[in-house]
Design a binder for this molecule. Structure first.
Ligand code: TXA
Ligand code: MG
Length: 309
């Protein structure tokens, strides 16, 4: 598989139904033509992804998203404030939505996002059609924040990688579902809960209490090979330590100054680095749950959960 920042070549691969990994501001996505059912199926296969877990459809502008989903006044408010950017909105599919149901895993909703990354936008504009793109990692594994992570995880299953260096944010988009004017946080992510609530002028609802949930929120997810121990103040025998703030002894630290934005950006890379040393275990410092800490702790909890495979 070839890697470069040649967007025209990436477009050619998408047009021929191939898979293109590309950078976004959050993590690298594994892209395919969202109007080509065969190409969508290849994405599920390459990731070994349970087919009930729907994909995010990426578009170059809000106007394109409005052709695919139904946006009420609440979703439009969020669009105006956060797009382009790391917010995914789950809305009802438009009546004539051309995206095959396979992308939505058979649901009557569609997840949409306009990324802000320069190369991602250039790719979407030049391709001129929507692109499905889950994170470019094997299902259940750590999300990639560099093109090398994509290579290591998916190898020849990707036809082309757009190399855009390391992702800025380093953690996936926040996923918000709008139902009848109410907003539910399905996945905490790159935009802090309080920033979404400030725009809504009310609290986000909790999907657990409404039995709405994001099918992707499997208990064990984002898992490194080594077992992970959370809230650790130091490393135990055979463990490698990932620090944070005051607990930043050793080589690996999410943020020596206790900065949660920096920690989010470093999270997956450090998990990859720690795991690559094949330790008996990975111990990770306690992370406060405010701001981006909520999403970081969510991913860590899943990475540490009993493995399903
Ligand atoms: O930052 C991101 O969102 C990255 C970049 C590449 O854009 N993409 C990403 O995609 O993280 P993925 O497939 O790894 O996660 C998508 C999440 C999953 O939890 C999935 O279940 C949820 O979005 N999702 C997608 N469509 C949905 C729908 N119709 N209803 C509820 N949840 C949905
Ligand atoms: Mg993912």
């Amino acid at each position: 598989m070839i890697a470069s920042n040649d967007i025209s070549r990436a477009v050619t691969v998408l047009r021929s139904g191939g898979l293109v990994a590309f950078p976004t501001e959050t993590v690298y996505g594994l892209g395919a033509d969202a109007l080509n059912e065969n190409a969508i199926a290849k994405v599920y296969a390459a990731k070994d992804r349970p087919s009930f877990n729907p994909l995010i459809v990426h578009v170059a502008s809000a106007d394109e998203a409005f052709l695919l989903g139904r946006f009420d006044s609440v979703s439009q408010l969020l669009v105006r404030r956060f797009w382009p950017g790391p917010l995914t909105l789950v809305v009802p599919r438009a009546a004539n939505c051309p995206v095959p149901l396979l992308a939505s895993a058979g649901l009557d909703t569609i997840a949409l996002r306009v990324p802000s990354h320069k190369l991602a936008l250039e790719l979407l504009r030049k391709f001129g059609k929507p692109v499905v793109a889950p994170s470019a990692n094997p299902s259940g594994r750590i999300s990639p924040t560099t093109m090398q992570h994509v290579r290591d995880g998916l190898g020849d299953k990707v036809d082309f990688i757009v190399d855009g260096g390391a992702s800025d944010v380093g953690i996936e988009s926040s996923v918000v579902r709008i139902v009848d004017g109410y907003a539910y946080l399905l996945r905490s992510g790159a935009i802090a809960r309080c920033d979404v609530e400030a725009v809504l002028k009310h609290k986000l609802h909790d999907p657990e209490t409404s039995r709405l949930h994001s099918p992707g929120q499997l208990e064990s997810h984002y898992a490194p090979n080594a077992p992970l121990r959370l809230g650790a103040k130091s490393a135990g025998d055979g463990e490698i330590y990932i620090g944070f703030g005051a607990f930043s002894h050793g080589l690996l630290t999410l943020s020596a100054t206790g900065d949660l934005v920096e920690a989010a950006a470093n999270l997956y890379r450090l998990l990859h680095e720690a795991d690559a040393q094949r330790p008996q275990g990975i111990a990770i410092a306690p992370i406060p749950s405010m701001g981006l800490g909520e999403a970081i702790n969510d991913r860590l909890k899943r990475a540490a959960a009993p493995r399903t495979t």
